[in-house]
Design a protein around this ligand. Structure first.
Ligand code: SF4
Length: 328
């Protein structure tokens, strides 16, 4: 039986702004089991990174707030933990790798200094040995020498490997990877994804992969959550989402991917329109203004989650309509 590592229930996150409160995440529910890679995919501003930062306790203190829901890590509610308690978890049991290692690494400290500073429960020598072993594990050649180098002396792909090694220093049970390959070319991207996949097996670690790139998600995730306007609008296994998408937004995202059989002059389909302004409450379906299948009920009433299978769910009135037709 699979063991739950992370359970996020009905999480809502907002930001105070000069225009009013932005409701960036609006009742998100998803889970991560031991050893699995779960993807969160959606376009910029859909709330995927805010969700990840909320779990990590990394939301900006000045203007953010969690307005509802719970985050349970290894069966303990971490939503109400003090900053000090959260700091003990962050960087050890839960860790994170960020999109751009060049801005996440300190340019004036060597890689060795950055990897070994503040490691909990290890002496300086133990931290040094562990950093060496991890750099070697993530594919950095000659790690003893490279520990003395500064971030600018590494290529983009190597810097991302260093970031991964750094995130592993605390033996995390859960690793958040926020757009970890966006700044890399496709060959290096494939290598980094293969490395993450190997590491989850070797280290019995779970990974939440946040990305706008469906290709990245398809490559290594077991399950996928599709986010739109602060909600998860569809969730399922990779096979269910990619081979049997149900939500018009998921279908639109998949349609907009380039295909091998396309001619060079063929234009990629796009999802017309813009996501709703998250400053305001949304009465019906958040996708209604962009959806070619929209019905009156979609404007009037928020869609209720419909199950396609035990693992596959989508928030769309179309599913309910098709069901009622089948029932007739
Ligand atoms: Fe489209 Fe209606 Fe489904 Fe929303 S609920 S995605 S508007 S069909």
């Amino acid at each position: 039986m699979s063991t739950s590592i992370l359970s996020v229930k009905d999480l809502s996150v907002g930001f105070h702004t000069y225009r009013g409160d932005i409701k960036a995440v609006r009742g998100v529910t998803f889970g991560v089991d031991e050893g699995e890679i779960v993807g969160i995919v959606g376009e910029s501003g859909c709330g995927k990174s805010v969700t990840a930062h909320a779990v990590m306790g990394l939301l900006p203190k000045e203007n953010s707030f969690i307005s509802g829901g719970s985050i349970s890590f290894m069966h303990n509610d971490i939503t109400t933990l003090s900053e000090e308690a959260m700091e003990n978890i962050r960087g050890s049991a839960i860790s994170m790798i960020f999109q751009d290692p060049m801005t996440s690494l300190n340019p004036v400290l060597t890689i060795g200094q950055q990897m070994t500073e503040g490691v909990k429960g290890l002496t300086g020598q133990e931290a040094y040995e562990k950093a060496l072993a991890l750099l070697e594990r993530v594919g950095i050649a000659n790690p003893r020498e490279r520990m003395k180098d500064y971030p600018h002396q590494f290529s983009g792909g190597m810097r991302q490997r260093v970031m991964i090694a750094m995130a592993l220093m605390g033996n995390p049970r859960l690793l958040f990877a926020d757009e970890p390959t966006t700044a890399l070319d496709v060959t290096i991207q494939a290598q980094i994804l293969a490395l993450l996949d190997e590491l989850r097996h070797d280290m019995k670690m779970s990974i939440v992969l946040v990305s706008h790139d469906l290709g990245v998600i398809a490559r290594i995730c077991d399950r996928v959550n599709v986010m739109y306007a602060g909600r998860i609008v569809e969730q399922g296994t990779v096979a269910e989402i990619f081979h049997n998408p149900q939500h018009p937004y998921t279908k639109g995202l998949l349609n907009s991917l380039p295909r091998m059989d396309m001619s060079l002059d063929e234009e990629l389909p796009v999802i017309d329109g813009q996501p709703p302004d998250l400053l305001y409450d949304i009465t019906g379906c958040s996708f209604v203004s962009r959806c070619s299948c929209a019905m009156q009920v979609c404007t009037d009433t928020k869609p209720v989650e419909q199950s396609v299978s035990d693992s596959h769910k989508a928030e769309c009135w179309l599913l309910a309509k098709n069901r009622s037709k089948e029932a007739v």
